[in-house]
Design a protein around this ligand. Sequence first.
Ligand SMILES: *Cc1c(COP(=O)(O)O)cnc(C)c1O
Length: 376
Amino acid sequence: MSKPDRIFLSPPHMGGHELDYVHQAFEANFIAPAGPQLAEFEKRFCELTGFGHCLALASGTAAMHLALRRLGVERGDVVIASTLTFIGSVSPATFLGAELVFVDCDPVSWNMDPVLLEQAIAMATDKGRRVGAVIPTDLYGQCADYDRIREICDRHGIPLVIDAAESVGASYKGRPAGRGGRAAIYSFNGNKIITTSGGGMLASDDGELIDKARWLSQQARDAAPHYEHSTIGYNYRMSNVVAAIGLGQLDVLPDRVARRREIFSWYERALGGLPGVTLAPEADYGVHNRWLTVALFDESFGAAPERVRLALEAENIESRPVWKPMHLQPVFRDAAVVGGAVAEDLFTRGLCLPSGTAMTEGDLERVAAVIRRCGR
Ligand SMILES: *Cc1c(COP(=O)(O)O)cnc(C)c1O
């Protein structure tokens, strides 16, 4: 018997008009990095997020690198970040020679715990260290508690960079995801809620920050007819062709958020009643985009998440453990962490379920049937 079709965790889902925008780029021969589609993508992203200035880049990781560099993070600084996140959120701090300190999440939102953030800042400043930036991650599409984190950062004069890579289309107290920090970064990697095949965005209300980041993203060329350099820059700009895909994806973002939320509700109905299964919470301050539906499996369920993952894999269904906390990563074995038990528990009990917006009712039923079979 042939295998059933593979169900991926979160595959790209084109809206239907992306190719029209790409054709427009081709017809005008705007294959070079800059072009009207790129400018339009940035303009529409400003409208979406409410930020005054947006810069489209090759990746979300590149956006974080430029944000930290423009905010003056340097060797010897401490950068405080969520421990429950993806490596691209924090590796840029190491590019700049900063030392990372990780902060646990709270059990209610699974995002950076403001009380522990305050402790992490005190720990660093007591040792005479400068904190160069604070980076909360909007985990799996839910905004961190921006107001509380911002109040703490403002009181200490520390720039806040929100990692909204996973929360495009979500909101916090009615404000678009990412809005609230000095800068925010977004990702359009292939598995995100909208994708350009790969790409990222840096957003800020600080026009000078974005202008200088744009200059750094294009090899930091000084004003001269020849190639003149007084600073080292990067080749980080998004290409115009890639931005054209992004225009098509922005057209369908509201549908994508609605469908991800529907998928979450479907899983909640199908699995939420099983003993030992709980699904990721939604904080009352915002609207989750439900990029990935995450389920927690307690001992009373009768199967550990890894057993569930293998059972799904045997049916050609992709699922994935929750992010392994950064303070448990071999590469950060020497980094300090404040708290950590909540993130470790989520890593132990959690599994990300297939959440692609093109999934059918039949696909969802296939996933749920395997999970039900794993339980007692
Ligand atoms: C995807 C992601 C990034 C990095 O984005 P890339 O575009 O893949 O570089 C950063 N932080 C988080 C939390 C992410 O999920």
